[in-house]
Design a protein around this ligand. Structure first.
Ligand code: CP
Length: 317
Protein backbone atom coordinates (compact mmCIF):
# COMPACT_ATOMS: atom_id res chain seq x y z
CA UNK A 1 0.00 0.00 0.00
CA UNK A 2 1.19 3.52 -0.76
CA UNK A 3 2.24 5.57 2.26
CA UNK A 4 -0.11 8.34 3.35
CA UNK A 5 2.71 10.31 4.94
CA UNK A 6 3.13 13.61 3.14
CA UNK A 7 0.33 12.79 0.71
CA UNK A 8 -2.30 15.20 -0.64
CA UNK A 9 -5.97 14.22 -0.28
CA UNK A 10 -7.46 15.71 -3.43
CA UNK A 11 -9.75 13.12 -5.00
CA UNK A 12 -11.22 9.70 -4.32
CA UNK A 13 -10.43 8.73 -7.87
CA UNK A 14 -6.91 8.19 -6.58
CA UNK A 15 -7.97 5.94 -3.72
CA UNK A 16 -7.42 2.19 -3.85
CA UNK A 17 -9.64 -0.30 -2.02
CA UNK A 18 -7.06 -1.23 0.62
CA UNK A 19 -6.43 2.47 1.29
CA UNK A 20 -10.07 2.98 2.26
CA UNK A 21 -9.73 0.21 4.82
CA UNK A 22 -6.46 1.63 6.15
CA UNK A 23 -8.12 5.02 6.71
CA UNK A 24 -11.12 3.33 8.38
CA UNK A 25 -8.75 1.32 10.62
CA UNK A 26 -6.92 4.46 11.78
CA UNK A 27 -10.25 6.21 12.35
CA UNK A 28 -11.30 3.30 14.59
CA UNK A 29 -8.05 3.61 16.55
CA UNK A 30 -8.53 7.35 17.15
CA UNK A 31 -12.30 7.34 17.65
CA UNK A 32 -12.18 6.83 21.45
CA UNK A 33 -10.39 10.18 21.83
CA UNK A 34 -13.31 12.00 20.19
CA UNK A 35 -15.95 9.81 21.86
CA UNK A 36 -14.50 10.52 25.31
CA UNK A 37 -14.13 14.23 24.45
CA UNK A 38 -10.45 14.07 25.26
CA UNK A 39 -7.47 15.77 23.64
CA UNK A 40 -4.29 13.79 23.00
CA UNK A 41 -0.78 14.84 21.97
CA UNK A 42 -0.38 12.86 18.76
CA UNK A 43 0.06 16.00 16.61
CA UNK A 44 1.38 18.25 19.40
CA UNK A 45 4.10 19.69 17.18
CA UNK A 46 2.01 20.17 14.05
CA UNK A 47 -0.03 23.07 12.68
CA UNK A 48 -2.88 22.94 10.18
CA UNK A 49 -3.53 25.93 7.90
CA UNK A 50 -7.15 26.43 6.86
CA UNK A 51 -7.73 28.28 3.58
CA UNK A 52 -11.48 28.60 3.01
CA UNK A 53 -12.56 30.62 -0.02
CA UNK A 54 -16.19 29.52 0.35
CA UNK A 55 -18.50 29.25 3.39
CA UNK A 56 -18.40 26.16 5.56
CA UNK A 57 -19.69 25.09 8.95
CA UNK A 58 -18.85 21.41 9.14
CA UNK A 59 -15.77 20.85 7.04
CA UNK A 60 -13.63 23.66 8.42
CA UNK A 61 -14.66 23.20 12.03
CA UNK A 62 -14.39 19.40 11.88
CA UNK A 63 -10.81 19.76 10.63
CA UNK A 64 -10.08 22.28 13.38
CA UNK A 65 -11.72 20.10 16.04
CA UNK A 66 -9.76 17.09 14.78
CA UNK A 67 -6.52 19.02 15.08
CA UNK A 68 -7.40 20.11 18.64
CA UNK A 69 -8.36 16.54 19.60
CA UNK A 70 -4.88 15.46 18.48
CA UNK A 71 -3.13 18.25 20.37
CA UNK A 72 -2.17 20.22 17.25
CA UNK A 73 -2.50 23.88 16.31
CA UNK A 74 -4.61 25.70 13.73
CA UNK A 75 -4.20 28.96 11.85
CA UNK A 76 -5.76 30.25 8.66
CA UNK A 77 -8.72 32.11 7.20
CA UNK A 78 -12.40 31.43 6.70
CA UNK A 79 -13.14 34.54 4.66
CA UNK A 80 -10.85 35.10 1.70
CA UNK A 81 -12.23 38.63 1.33
CA UNK A 82 -10.08 39.57 4.31
CA UNK A 83 -6.94 38.27 2.58
CA UNK A 84 -5.07 39.54 -0.46
CA UNK A 85 -6.59 36.70 -2.47
CA UNK A 86 -10.03 38.22 -2.03
CA UNK A 87 -9.32 41.94 -2.15
CA UNK A 88 -8.07 44.31 -4.81
CA UNK A 89 -4.96 42.18 -5.44
CA UNK A 90 -6.78 38.91 -6.22
CA UNK A 91 -3.55 37.14 -5.30
CA UNK A 92 -3.06 33.84 -7.12
CA UNK A 93 -3.27 30.38 -5.59
CA UNK A 94 0.45 29.96 -6.23
CA UNK A 95 1.46 33.16 -4.44
CA UNK A 96 -0.90 32.45 -1.54
CA UNK A 97 0.23 28.87 -1.07
CA UNK A 98 3.90 29.84 -1.28
CA UNK A 99 3.18 31.75 1.95
CA UNK A 100 0.85 29.26 3.66
CA UNK A 101 3.34 26.41 3.40
CA UNK A 102 5.57 28.26 5.89
CA UNK A 103 2.77 28.81 8.37
CA UNK A 104 1.98 25.16 9.03
CA UNK A 105 2.53 21.51 8.18
CA UNK A 106 -0.61 20.83 6.11
CA UNK A 107 -3.15 23.00 4.29
CA UNK A 108 -6.88 22.29 4.05
CA UNK A 109 -8.47 24.29 1.24
CA UNK A 110 -12.05 24.90 0.13
CA UNK A 111 -12.44 26.84 -3.09
CA UNK A 112 -15.17 27.79 -5.54
CA UNK A 113 -12.95 26.85 -8.50
CA UNK A 114 -12.74 23.18 -9.40
CA UNK A 115 -9.10 22.10 -9.28
CA UNK A 116 -7.91 24.92 -6.99
CA UNK A 117 -6.68 22.55 -4.22
CA UNK A 118 -4.85 20.51 -6.89
CA UNK A 119 -3.25 23.72 -8.10
CA UNK A 120 -2.26 24.50 -4.51
CA UNK A 121 -0.76 21.02 -4.13
CA UNK A 122 1.38 21.68 -7.19
CA UNK A 123 3.11 24.56 -5.39
CA UNK A 124 2.97 23.53 -1.72
CA UNK A 125 5.76 21.53 -0.10
CA UNK A 126 3.27 20.37 2.58
CA UNK A 127 0.22 18.11 2.06
CA UNK A 128 -2.98 19.72 0.78
CA UNK A 129 -6.47 18.47 1.63
CA UNK A 130 -9.35 19.26 -0.71
CA UNK A 131 -12.24 20.46 1.48
CA UNK A 132 -14.54 20.89 -1.54
CA UNK A 133 -13.70 22.52 -4.89
CA UNK A 134 -16.55 24.03 -6.89
CA UNK A 135 -18.61 21.23 -8.41
CA UNK A 136 -15.50 19.01 -8.28
CA UNK A 137 -15.01 16.71 -5.29
CA UNK A 138 -15.31 16.52 -1.51
CA UNK A 139 -13.16 13.54 -0.57
CA UNK A 140 -13.01 14.00 3.23
CA UNK A 141 -16.81 14.19 3.43
CA UNK A 142 -17.25 10.99 1.47
CA UNK A 143 -14.57 9.15 3.47
CA UNK A 144 -16.64 10.18 6.50
CA UNK A 145 -19.79 8.89 4.82
CA UNK A 146 -18.34 5.52 3.82
CA UNK A 147 -16.89 5.11 7.31
CA UNK A 148 -20.37 5.78 8.69
CA UNK A 149 -21.87 3.18 6.35
CA UNK A 150 -19.24 0.63 7.37
CA UNK A 151 -20.08 1.17 11.03
CA UNK A 152 -23.83 1.28 10.66
CA UNK A 153 -24.19 -1.64 8.22
CA UNK A 154 -21.03 -3.64 9.03
CA UNK A 155 -19.93 -3.68 5.38
CA UNK A 156 -20.03 -1.64 2.18
CA UNK A 157 -19.80 -4.49 -0.32
CA UNK A 158 -23.20 -5.82 -1.34
CA UNK A 159 -25.10 -2.60 -0.59
CA UNK A 160 -27.33 -0.57 -2.89
CA UNK A 161 -26.91 3.20 -2.63
CA UNK A 162 -29.73 5.52 -3.66
CA UNK A 163 -28.12 8.89 -4.48
CA UNK A 164 -30.70 11.67 -4.61
CA UNK A 165 -30.26 15.34 -5.49
CA UNK A 166 -28.02 17.51 -7.59
CA UNK A 167 -25.50 15.26 -9.35
CA UNK A 168 -23.27 18.25 -10.05
CA UNK A 169 -22.48 18.19 -6.33
CA UNK A 170 -18.94 17.42 -5.31
CA UNK A 171 -20.07 14.76 -2.82
CA UNK A 172 -21.87 12.91 -5.60
CA UNK A 173 -18.69 12.81 -7.66
CA UNK A 174 -16.56 11.63 -4.75
CA UNK A 175 -19.00 8.94 -3.60
CA UNK A 176 -19.30 7.64 -7.14
CA UNK A 177 -15.53 7.35 -7.46
CA UNK A 178 -15.32 5.84 -3.99
CA UNK A 179 -17.93 3.18 -4.67
CA UNK A 180 -16.02 1.95 -7.73
CA UNK A 181 -13.74 0.25 -5.17
CA UNK A 182 -16.59 -1.70 -3.56
CA UNK A 183 -19.07 -4.31 -4.74
CA UNK A 184 -21.87 -1.77 -4.55
CA UNK A 185 -24.69 -0.68 -6.83
CA UNK A 186 -25.83 2.93 -7.23
CA UNK A 187 -29.20 4.33 -8.32
CA UNK A 188 -29.18 8.06 -9.10
CA UNK A 189 -32.30 10.26 -8.93
CA UNK A 190 -31.81 13.85 -10.08
CA UNK A 191 -33.62 16.59 -12.00
CA UNK A 192 -32.70 16.41 -15.70
CA UNK A 193 -30.76 19.67 -15.56
CA UNK A 194 -28.76 18.36 -12.57
CA UNK A 195 -28.19 14.79 -13.75
CA UNK A 196 -24.85 13.07 -14.27
CA UNK A 197 -23.05 14.23 -17.39
CA UNK A 198 -22.42 11.73 -20.20
CA UNK A 199 -18.71 12.25 -19.66
CA UNK A 200 -18.94 11.35 -15.97
CA UNK A 201 -21.12 8.31 -16.71
CA UNK A 202 -18.55 7.10 -19.23
CA UNK A 203 -15.90 7.46 -16.56
CA UNK A 204 -17.96 5.42 -14.07
CA UNK A 205 -18.47 2.70 -16.69
CA UNK A 206 -14.72 2.72 -17.28
CA UNK A 207 -14.30 1.86 -13.56
CA UNK A 208 -17.01 -0.85 -13.79
CA UNK A 209 -19.40 0.84 -11.36
CA UNK A 210 -22.87 -0.75 -11.56
CA UNK A 211 -25.36 2.10 -11.74
CA UNK A 212 -28.71 3.15 -13.12
CA UNK A 213 -30.92 6.24 -13.10
CA UNK A 214 -34.55 6.77 -12.10
CA UNK A 215 -36.97 9.70 -12.20
CA UNK A 216 -38.67 9.46 -8.80
CA UNK A 217 -37.45 8.21 -5.44
CA UNK A 218 -40.74 6.36 -4.92
CA UNK A 219 -39.91 4.08 -7.88
CA UNK A 220 -36.65 2.81 -6.39
CA UNK A 221 -36.46 3.49 -2.65
CA UNK A 222 -37.43 -0.13 -1.88
CA UNK A 223 -34.05 -1.25 -3.29
CA UNK A 224 -31.92 1.08 -1.16
CA UNK A 225 -29.73 0.09 1.78
CA UNK A 226 -28.21 3.56 1.96
CA UNK A 227 -30.14 6.70 1.00
CA UNK A 228 -27.55 9.37 0.20
CA UNK A 229 -28.94 12.87 -0.18
CA UNK A 230 -28.06 16.35 -1.36
CA UNK A 231 -30.45 19.28 -1.94
CA UNK A 232 -31.67 20.25 -5.39
CA UNK A 233 -32.43 23.73 -4.00
CA UNK A 234 -29.01 25.16 -3.35
CA UNK A 235 -26.52 27.89 -4.27
CA UNK A 236 -24.13 27.92 -7.19
CA UNK A 237 -21.03 26.14 -5.92
CA UNK A 238 -18.83 27.89 -8.48
CA UNK A 239 -19.35 31.19 -6.65
CA UNK A 240 -17.39 32.33 -3.61
CA UNK A 241 -20.61 33.30 -1.89
CA UNK A 242 -24.28 33.64 -2.70
CA UNK A 243 -26.73 35.63 -0.57
CA UNK A 244 -30.13 34.07 0.15
CA UNK A 245 -32.94 35.11 -2.16
CA UNK A 246 -36.44 35.72 -0.80
CA UNK A 247 -37.86 32.74 -2.68
CA UNK A 248 -35.46 29.83 -2.85
CA UNK A 249 -38.05 27.43 -4.27
CA UNK A 250 -39.26 24.07 -3.06
CA UNK A 251 -38.01 20.55 -3.71
CA UNK A 252 -40.24 18.44 -6.01
CA UNK A 253 -41.55 15.20 -4.45
CA UNK A 254 -39.25 13.21 -6.77
CA UNK A 255 -36.23 14.23 -4.69
CA UNK A 256 -37.69 14.25 -1.16
CA UNK A 257 -37.50 11.65 1.58
CA UNK A 258 -40.44 11.83 3.96
CA UNK A 259 -41.55 9.78 6.96
CA UNK A 260 -44.51 8.47 4.96
CA UNK A 261 -42.32 7.33 2.09
CA UNK A 262 -39.93 5.61 4.50
CA UNK A 263 -42.80 3.88 6.32
CA UNK A 264 -44.55 2.70 3.16
CA UNK A 265 -41.74 1.84 0.75
CA UNK A 266 -38.23 1.81 2.27
CA UNK A 267 -36.37 -1.24 3.53
CA UNK A 268 -36.86 -1.58 7.26
CA UNK A 269 -33.12 -1.16 7.87
CA UNK A 270 -32.32 1.48 5.25
CA UNK A 271 -30.18 4.33 6.54
CA UNK A 272 -30.15 7.97 5.46
CA UNK A 273 -26.98 10.02 5.08
CA UNK A 274 -26.98 13.73 4.31
CA UNK A 275 -23.78 15.75 4.50
CA UNK A 276 -25.87 18.88 5.26
CA UNK A 277 -26.87 21.70 5.13
CA UNK A 278 -30.37 20.57 4.13
CA UNK A 279 -33.38 22.27 2.63
CA UNK A 280 -36.90 20.79 2.46
CA UNK A 281 -35.76 17.54 0.76
CA UNK A 282 -35.29 16.02 4.22
CA UNK A 283 -37.99 17.22 6.63
CA UNK A 284 -36.98 17.48 10.28
CA UNK A 285 -39.53 14.87 11.35
CA UNK A 286 -37.33 12.25 9.65
CA UNK A 287 -34.64 12.95 12.27
CA UNK A 288 -36.40 10.85 14.88
CA UNK A 289 -36.90 7.82 12.66
CA UNK A 290 -34.60 4.80 12.98
CA UNK A 291 -33.34 5.53 9.45
CA UNK A 292 -31.49 8.79 10.15
CA UNK A 293 -27.71 8.60 10.55
CA UNK A 294 -26.67 12.16 9.70
CA UNK A 295 -25.84 13.14 13.27
CA UNK A 296 -23.63 10.07 13.56
CA UNK A 297 -22.14 11.14 10.23
CA UNK A 298 -21.39 14.56 11.77
CA UNK A 299 -19.54 12.99 14.72
CA UNK A 300 -17.64 10.71 12.34
CA UNK A 301 -16.63 13.84 10.42
CA UNK A 302 -14.29 14.76 13.26
CA UNK A 303 -12.99 11.22 13.64
CA UNK A 304 -12.27 10.91 9.91
CA UNK A 305 -10.39 14.22 9.82
CA UNK A 306 -8.35 13.04 12.84
CA UNK A 307 -7.43 9.90 10.91
CA UNK A 308 -6.52 11.77 7.73
CA UNK A 309 -4.44 14.41 9.53
CA UNK A 310 -2.62 11.76 11.58
CA UNK A 311 -1.87 9.77 8.43
CA UNK A 312 -0.70 12.57 6.14
CA UNK A 313 1.37 14.14 8.94
CA UNK A 314 3.14 10.82 9.44
CA UNK A 315 1.92 10.14 12.99
CA UNK A 316 0.46 6.69 12.27
CA UNK A 317 3.27 5.01 10.38
N1 CP B 1 -21.10 19.00 4.32
C1 CP B 1 -20.37 20.13 4.22
O1 CP B 1 -19.41 20.22 3.42
O2 CP B 1 -20.76 21.12 5.04
P1 CP B 1 -20.12 22.57 5.13
O3 CP B 1 -20.38 23.24 3.79
O4 CP B 1 -20.79 23.24 6.27
O5 CP B 1 -18.63 22.41 5.33
Amino acid sequence: MRSFSGRDILSLKEFEREEFFRVFQVADELEPIARDRRNSDLLANKTLVTAFYQPSTRTRLAHEAAMHRLGGHVTGFSDAKMTRAGDWYQESIKDTVKMLEYYGDAIVMRHFQQGAPAEAAKWASVPVINAGDGWGEHPTQVLTDLYTVLHEKGHIDGLTFLCIGDMRMRTMHSISYGLTQFDAEVIYVAPPEMSLTDEFKAELRHYNLRFSEAEHVAQVIHKADVIYMEPVVQPDYTKARQEASADKGLTPENYKITRDLLASKAKSDAIILHSLPRMDELPEDVDKTRHSRYWQEAFNGVVMRMALLALILGAME
